[in-house]
Design a protein around this ligand. Sequence first.
Ligand code: 5GP
Length: 205
Amino acid sequence: MRKERGLLIVLSGPSGVGKGTVRKELFSKAGTNYEYSISMTTRAPREGEVDGVDYFFKSRNEFEALIEEGGLLEHAEFVGNYYGTPLAYVNETLDAGRDVFLEIEVQGAAQIREKAPEALFIFLAPPSISELQNRLIGRGTETEEIIKMRIDTARDELEMMSLYDYVVENDEIQNACDKINAIIVAEHCRRERIEKTYLSMLRGE
Ligand code: 5GP
C-alpha cells in the first residue's frame, strides 16, 4: 500500500503573538511527531543562535540566488530581512510520510495557502481574544484615539485569520501547545485524508 504523504503544518499569526516561544515548547518535548523545517534568513544571528539549528543564515545575495532558482517554498521580507522555507527539505520529508512543521509570518503563510491548500493552517491569536471587547472599550481609561488604533489592529488580525483552518489563542503556552497537538491528531483523522489511502488500497496501489 502506498505510504500516505506527510502533513504540512503551518503555524502563523501576528507579530509578537509568541509563535517562536510556542514552537520551541512544542519541540522541547520528546516524542514530537513532526519535523521542524529550519528557515533561511538574512538577519544576523542573535546571541546563542546557531547556524543550521535556529536558522540557515545567508547573505542577501545567496538568498536572492535561491529565490531565482525556485529553491524556496515561500519567502517574505520582514522588518528589512528575508525569511524563507527551503523547498527540498519540505518535499523530501513529506514524501517520506513525515509531517513538517513551519513557524512563519503571515505573508509566507498566505503564499503556502495558494501553493499547498491541503496544508494545515493554524493561526496563533493574541491572548485575551475572549476579552477583546473589554480590552478595547470596557475600561474607559483609554483615549478615543487609542481605542480606534486597537480596534483597527484587531480588525486587521481578524482579517488575517480568515486564511486559516484553526485559531488557537495563546493565553498560556502549555494550553496553546496542547491545542495545537490535538488539532494535528484530529487532522490526521480527517475523512478526506483517510479515504484517499483506503481508495488507493482498494485499487491495489
Ligand atoms: P525572528 O527574526 O524573530 O526570528 O523572526 C521574525 C519573523 O519571521 C517571525 O514572525 C517568524 O515566525 C518569521 N519567520 C521565521 N522563519 C520564516 C520563514 O521561513 N518564512 C517566513 N515567511 N517567515 C518566517
